[in-house]
Design a binder for this molecule. Structure first.
Ligand SMILES: [Zn+2]
Length: 212
């Protein structure tokens, strides 16, 4: 089991995690997120979950952390589509449980139970790739509970960048727990120092100061 520093180094090596080095300045760009907000950090869960052996390792580590904290015995492990579908499957496989995923509404931030049915009284463990605001996880818990599930008191995530310690009363267990604030452009401290905002996936080398 790696500690937080070890996981950050590992994920930086995978090009899945980036954090702004030093004070904001015009020489180094910062990240523009999908929702238009700006940030000094980014985590791309796809680069972890696409690698099956890495996915096995991160889920094993999360499971170990969970077992150190308390004993839970879910019937199934769920995540939200699309980011956590693979993680929920792999964690469920390691626990020899069933799996499932929630899906986002088309027109609002609400979540629904997706492809798999929920049984009344089913004990569900939630897993996610990254917690940004926690809204998706919160709405997934609300949807599962409304369908009769009992959502267990832990949420496992690879990277908790939200600054939260719990969601809907469920404790967050993560490999990396580091708040990475989001800013509207007009309030962004990086923009104020002349740093350029770039979309991280398309500008990874520039963000990391690599000459291309
Ligand atoms: Zn900015």
């Amino acid at each position: 089991m790696l500690d937080q520093k070890g996981w950050i180094e590992y994920l930086v090596g995978l090009h899945a995690y980036w954090g702004y080095a030093g004070e904001a300045c015009s020489e180094r760009p910062h990240a523009k997120m999908n929702n238009g907000q700006h940030s000094g950090g980014f985590f791309d869960g796809r680069l972890v979950t696409r690698e099956t052996s890495v996915c096995t390792t991160v889920c094993g580590d999360l499971l170990e952390r969970l077992q150190q904290d308390g004993k839970v015995n879910p019937n199934s492990v769920w995540g939200s589509a699309m980011g956590a579908v693979v993680l929920a499957y792999e964690l469920a496989r390691q626990m020899n449980k069933q799996t499932g995923f929630t899906v986002k509404h088309v027109h609002d931030e609400g979540m629904s139970v997706g492809r798999f049915p929920v049984t009344e009284g089913e004990y569900i463990l939630m897993v996610g790739d990254v917690l940004v605001t926690g809204t998706t996880t919160k709405n997934s818990i609300i949807a599962l509970t409304a369908n009769g599930a009992v959502v267990l008191p832990y949420i496992l995530v690879l990277v908790n960048r939200s600054g939260l310690t719990e969601i809907e009363g469920r404790k967050i267990i993560s490999l990396i727990n580091r708040e990475l604030p989001l800013w509207d452009e007009v309030e962004c401290p990086y923009c104020k120092e002349g740093s350029k905002a770039v979309r991280p996936r398309e500008n990874w080398a520039e963000l990391n100061g690599v000459t291309v």
